[in-house]
Design a protein around this ligand. Structure first.
Ligand code: FE2
Ligand code: FE2
Length: 216
Protein backbone atom coordinates (compact mmCIF):
# COMPACT_ATOMS: atom_id res chain seq x y z
CA UNK A 1 0.00 0.00 0.00
CA UNK A 2 1.32 3.46 -0.85
CA UNK A 3 1.98 6.03 1.87
CA UNK A 4 -0.88 8.17 0.56
CA UNK A 5 -3.31 5.25 0.68
CA UNK A 6 -2.22 4.41 4.23
CA UNK A 7 -2.81 7.97 5.42
CA UNK A 8 -6.21 8.25 3.73
CA UNK A 9 -7.36 4.85 4.94
CA UNK A 10 -5.93 4.01 8.39
CA UNK A 11 -6.84 0.54 9.72
CA UNK A 12 -9.56 1.81 12.04
CA UNK A 13 -11.21 4.18 9.56
CA UNK A 14 -14.94 3.84 9.10
CA UNK A 15 -14.36 2.61 5.53
CA UNK A 16 -12.01 -0.13 6.73
CA UNK A 17 -14.40 -1.11 9.51
CA UNK A 18 -17.27 -1.44 7.02
CA UNK A 19 -15.06 -3.46 4.65
CA UNK A 20 -14.40 -5.87 7.53
CA UNK A 21 -18.09 -6.02 8.44
CA UNK A 22 -19.27 -6.62 4.89
CA UNK A 23 -16.57 -9.23 4.15
CA UNK A 24 -17.75 -11.17 7.17
CA UNK A 25 -21.44 -10.77 6.32
CA UNK A 26 -21.19 -12.02 2.72
CA UNK A 27 -19.67 -15.38 3.70
CA UNK A 28 -22.51 -16.26 6.10
CA UNK A 29 -25.62 -16.82 3.89
CA UNK A 30 -28.25 -16.53 6.65
CA UNK A 31 -26.65 -13.36 8.06
CA UNK A 32 -26.23 -11.99 4.55
CA UNK A 33 -29.89 -12.59 3.68
CA UNK A 34 -30.98 -10.83 6.89
CA UNK A 35 -28.58 -7.94 6.19
CA UNK A 36 -29.90 -7.51 2.63
CA UNK A 37 -33.43 -7.60 4.04
CA UNK A 38 -32.42 -4.92 6.57
CA UNK A 39 -31.18 -2.70 3.73
CA UNK A 40 -34.48 -3.38 1.94
CA UNK A 41 -36.22 -2.12 5.09
CA UNK A 42 -34.05 1.03 5.18
CA UNK A 43 -34.88 1.79 1.53
CA UNK A 44 -38.56 1.13 2.27
CA UNK A 45 -38.54 3.45 5.31
CA UNK A 46 -36.79 6.11 3.18
CA UNK A 47 -39.39 5.90 0.41
CA UNK A 48 -42.26 5.95 2.93
CA UNK A 49 -40.84 9.06 4.65
CA UNK A 50 -40.46 10.76 1.27
CA UNK A 51 -44.05 10.02 0.33
CA UNK A 52 -45.27 11.44 3.63
CA UNK A 53 -43.09 14.55 3.41
CA UNK A 54 -43.82 15.51 -0.18
CA UNK A 55 -46.72 17.81 -0.86
CA UNK A 56 -48.70 16.97 -3.99
CA UNK A 57 -48.93 20.70 -4.79
CA UNK A 58 -45.16 20.77 -5.42
CA UNK A 59 -44.47 17.13 -6.32
CA UNK A 60 -42.76 17.08 -9.71
CA UNK A 61 -41.40 14.39 -12.04
CA UNK A 62 -37.91 14.34 -10.50
CA UNK A 63 -39.26 13.88 -6.96
CA UNK A 64 -41.74 11.23 -8.10
CA UNK A 65 -38.94 9.33 -9.86
CA UNK A 66 -36.83 9.54 -6.71
CA UNK A 67 -39.61 8.03 -4.57
CA UNK A 68 -40.25 5.32 -7.19
CA UNK A 69 -36.54 4.44 -7.28
CA UNK A 70 -36.23 4.19 -3.48
CA UNK A 71 -39.25 1.87 -3.47
CA UNK A 72 -37.59 -0.19 -6.21
CA UNK A 73 -34.33 -0.31 -4.22
CA UNK A 74 -36.28 -1.90 -1.35
CA UNK A 75 -37.55 -4.50 -3.83
CA UNK A 76 -34.05 -5.09 -5.31
CA UNK A 77 -32.54 -5.70 -1.85
CA UNK A 78 -35.45 -7.99 -0.98
CA UNK A 79 -34.88 -9.98 -4.20
CA UNK A 80 -31.14 -10.27 -3.41
CA UNK A 81 -32.01 -11.47 0.11
CA UNK A 82 -34.28 -14.13 -1.36
CA UNK A 83 -31.58 -15.25 -3.78
CA UNK A 84 -29.05 -15.68 -0.96
CA UNK A 85 -31.45 -17.65 1.27
CA UNK A 86 -34.80 -18.39 -0.41
CA UNK A 87 -37.73 -18.02 1.98
CA UNK A 88 -35.62 -17.03 5.01
CA UNK A 89 -36.74 -13.38 5.24
CA UNK A 90 -40.27 -13.07 3.84
CA UNK A 91 -41.17 -9.89 5.75
CA UNK A 92 -39.51 -7.12 7.78
CA UNK A 93 -40.42 -8.78 11.08
CA UNK A 94 -37.54 -8.56 13.58
CA UNK A 95 -36.28 -12.19 13.23
CA UNK A 96 -35.87 -11.58 9.47
CA UNK A 97 -33.51 -8.65 10.07
CA UNK A 98 -29.85 -8.35 11.08
CA UNK A 99 -29.60 -5.93 14.03
CA UNK A 100 -32.86 -4.42 12.79
CA UNK A 101 -33.41 -2.40 15.92
CA UNK A 102 -30.02 -0.66 15.46
CA UNK A 103 -30.87 0.16 11.84
CA UNK A 104 -34.23 1.64 12.82
CA UNK A 105 -32.59 3.59 15.68
CA UNK A 106 -30.17 5.17 13.18
CA UNK A 107 -33.01 6.34 10.96
CA UNK A 108 -35.22 7.57 13.80
CA UNK A 109 -32.33 9.30 15.58
CA UNK A 110 -31.34 11.02 12.35
CA UNK A 111 -34.87 12.22 11.77
CA UNK A 112 -35.11 13.60 15.30
CA UNK A 113 -31.63 15.20 15.25
CA UNK A 114 -32.21 16.94 11.93
CA UNK A 115 -35.70 18.11 12.90
CA UNK A 116 -34.36 19.59 16.16
CA UNK A 117 -31.57 21.46 14.35
CA UNK A 118 -33.93 22.71 11.62
CA UNK A 119 -36.48 23.93 14.18
CA UNK A 120 -33.82 26.18 15.72
CA UNK A 121 -32.18 27.37 12.52
CA UNK A 122 -34.70 27.56 9.68
CA UNK A 123 -37.72 29.81 9.24
CA UNK A 124 -40.99 27.95 10.09
CA UNK A 125 -42.49 27.86 6.58
CA UNK A 126 -39.45 26.01 5.18
CA UNK A 127 -38.78 23.65 8.09
CA UNK A 128 -40.66 20.59 6.77
CA UNK A 129 -39.04 20.73 3.34
CA UNK A 130 -35.52 21.47 4.64
CA UNK A 131 -35.81 18.60 7.17
CA UNK A 132 -36.88 16.15 4.51
CA UNK A 133 -34.17 17.25 2.08
CA UNK A 134 -31.45 17.22 4.77
CA UNK A 135 -32.29 13.73 6.08
CA UNK A 136 -32.38 12.45 2.51
CA UNK A 137 -29.08 14.14 1.65
CA UNK A 138 -27.28 12.66 4.69
CA UNK A 139 -28.57 9.18 3.89
CA UNK A 140 -27.66 9.50 0.21
CA UNK A 141 -24.12 10.46 1.27
CA UNK A 142 -23.83 7.33 3.44
CA UNK A 143 -25.27 5.16 0.66
CA UNK A 144 -22.68 6.60 -1.74
CA UNK A 145 -19.93 5.82 0.78
CA UNK A 146 -20.99 2.25 1.67
CA UNK A 147 -22.73 0.76 -1.39
CA UNK A 148 -19.70 0.95 -3.75
CA UNK A 149 -17.53 -0.76 -1.08
CA UNK A 150 -20.23 -3.41 -0.67
CA UNK A 151 -20.34 -3.89 -4.45
CA UNK A 152 -16.56 -4.42 -4.60
CA UNK A 153 -16.80 -7.02 -1.82
CA UNK A 154 -19.70 -8.76 -3.57
CA UNK A 155 -17.66 -8.97 -6.76
CA UNK A 156 -14.69 -10.43 -4.86
CA UNK A 157 -17.03 -12.99 -3.27
CA UNK A 158 -18.13 -14.09 -6.77
CA UNK A 159 -21.70 -14.98 -5.81
CA UNK A 160 -23.27 -13.36 -8.86
CA UNK A 161 -24.88 -10.57 -6.79
CA UNK A 162 -24.60 -6.90 -7.75
CA UNK A 163 -25.78 -3.51 -6.49
CA UNK A 164 -24.81 -1.68 -9.69
CA UNK A 165 -28.32 -0.46 -10.65
CA UNK A 166 -28.86 0.90 -7.12
CA UNK A 167 -25.47 2.64 -7.00
CA UNK A 168 -26.02 4.45 -10.31
CA UNK A 169 -29.37 5.79 -9.10
CA UNK A 170 -28.06 6.84 -5.67
CA UNK A 171 -25.33 8.87 -7.40
CA UNK A 172 -27.96 10.69 -9.45
CA UNK A 173 -30.07 11.28 -6.35
CA UNK A 174 -27.14 13.13 -4.74
CA UNK A 175 -26.91 15.45 -7.74
CA UNK A 176 -30.68 15.98 -7.64
CA UNK A 177 -30.52 16.88 -3.95
CA UNK A 178 -27.96 19.60 -4.72
CA UNK A 179 -30.35 21.00 -7.33
CA UNK A 180 -33.29 20.83 -4.90
CA UNK A 181 -31.38 22.78 -2.22
CA UNK A 182 -30.44 25.36 -4.82
CA UNK A 183 -34.07 25.67 -5.99
CA UNK A 184 -35.33 26.54 -2.54
CA UNK A 185 -32.33 28.77 -1.77
CA UNK A 186 -31.06 26.67 1.16
CA UNK A 187 -27.28 26.72 1.54
CA UNK A 188 -26.58 23.07 2.24
CA UNK A 189 -22.79 23.51 2.28
CA UNK A 190 -23.10 26.12 5.04
CA UNK A 191 -25.26 23.85 7.18
CA UNK A 192 -23.66 20.53 6.29
CA UNK A 193 -21.22 20.47 9.21
CA UNK A 194 -23.68 20.81 12.12
CA UNK A 195 -26.08 18.39 10.44
CA UNK A 196 -23.32 15.85 9.71
CA UNK A 197 -22.23 16.18 13.33
CA UNK A 198 -25.65 14.92 14.36
CA UNK A 199 -25.55 12.04 11.90
CA UNK A 200 -22.00 10.81 12.59
CA UNK A 201 -22.51 9.47 16.17
CA UNK A 202 -25.69 7.69 15.07
CA UNK A 203 -23.86 5.98 12.22
CA UNK A 204 -21.00 5.14 14.58
CA UNK A 205 -23.50 3.56 17.02
CA UNK A 206 -25.03 1.45 14.24
CA UNK A 207 -21.56 0.39 13.06
CA UNK A 208 -20.61 -0.57 16.62
CA UNK A 209 -23.74 -2.69 17.04
CA UNK A 210 -22.95 -4.58 13.84
CA UNK A 211 -19.35 -5.13 15.00
CA UNK A 212 -20.56 -6.42 18.36
CA UNK A 213 -22.95 -8.81 16.64
CA UNK A 214 -20.31 -10.14 14.24
CA UNK A 215 -17.02 -10.02 16.11
CA UNK A 216 -17.71 -9.89 19.86
FE1 FE2 B 1 -31.99 3.98 -2.29
FE1 FE2 C 1 -31.49 7.44 -3.07
Amino acid sequence: MSEAARVSNPPDSLDARWDALLKRIVVEPDTHARWLNTLALMEHIGSRKMMKALDSETLDEVMLRHVAEETRHAYIFKRLSQRVAPGLCPTFAEPNLFEGEAARAYFQGLDRGVHDWVRENVEPERQALVSYLSVTQLIEQRASQIYPRYEAILQQAGQGLSLRPVIAEEARHLAEMDEAFERIGFHWRRCEKPLSNREAPLFEAWTGRLEDALFA
